[in-house]
Design a protein around this ligand. Structure first.
Ligand code: SAH
Length: 215
């Protein structure tokens, strides 16, 4: 049986529900966004597999379950100013942008950032501001943020990002070395105390310093 992309999207949404994603706003965002437009054309038929896929510059678009999980555990509202580090394809950015007031997203590969910016325009997503730079440093001019999501794995929690989190704010970030098991960590700021929860094992591309102009 040949399934259409629409059938495959419905199957993916039901898989996500079965895997424990209950947040209706997150599921609605995933239902509304054409993931096939964020990946290389040759992989179009795989757009709604629950799998990470390669994008340009040797990076990956995260697995839909991981996108849904990280978004749900961030607890975003329409009042929030959110920072994303690792724009990549821009898919996770659009999920966040649909749920928050304003999204600031940073990418260190210029060709990826340009591609993502095109997608924001194409999908009429107007509440995203982009920056070509090293997201480990955050975005001091726009800080503090209600929520921060990092979509590349770091061995340590970047101190500068902690400083840019509002009191009461939440950050999710994959922590761990490459080649080892990494974990999604959720950090909640209470004044100058940071509460850490280890939520789930994952595998992410690395959070790296510096910027890259070409793919
Ligand atoms: N959220 C993306 C996932 C992309 S993979 C998506 O939905 O497609 C992680 C991305 O983080 C890659 O594009 C990588 O280039 C970027 N990245 C890694 N280190 C970074 C840094 N220090 N600052 C900004 N982006 C970074």
């Amino acid at each position: 049986m040949i399934l259409s992309l629409l059938d495959k999207k419905a199957r993916l949404l039901s898989e996500l529900r079965d895997e424990g994603i209950k947040d209706k706003d997150v599921l609605a965002a995933i239902a509304a966004i054409p993931r096939e437009d964020f990946i290389p054309k040759a992989l179009r038929s795989q757009a709604y597999e629950n799998a990470a896929l390669p994008i340009n510059s040797g990076q990956t678009i995260s697995q839909p379950f991981v996108v849904a999980f990280m978004t749900a555990v961030l607890g975003i509202s329409k009042k929030h100013k959110v920072l994303e580090v690792g724009t990549g394809s821009g898919y996770q950015s659009v999920v966040l942008a649909k749920l928050c007031r304003r999204l600031f997203t940073i990418e260190r590969h210029l060709p990826l950032l340009n591609g993502a910016t095109e997608m924001f325009k194409k999908l009429n997503v107007f509440n995203v501001t982009t920056l070509f730079g090293n997201g480990m440093k955050g975005w001091p001019e726009q800080a503090p943020f209600d929520r921060i999501m990092v979509t590349a794995a770091s061995e340590e929690i970047p101190e500068l990002l902690l400083q840019q989190l509002k009191v009461g704010g939440i950050m999710v970030i994959p922590i761990g070395a490459q080649g080892k098991t990494q974990h999604i960590i959720r950090i909640t700021r209470r004044e100058d105390e940071f509460m850490e929860e280890n939520l789930m094992p994952v595998k992410f591309v690395p959070l790296l310093p510096g910027i890259v102009h070409e793919s």
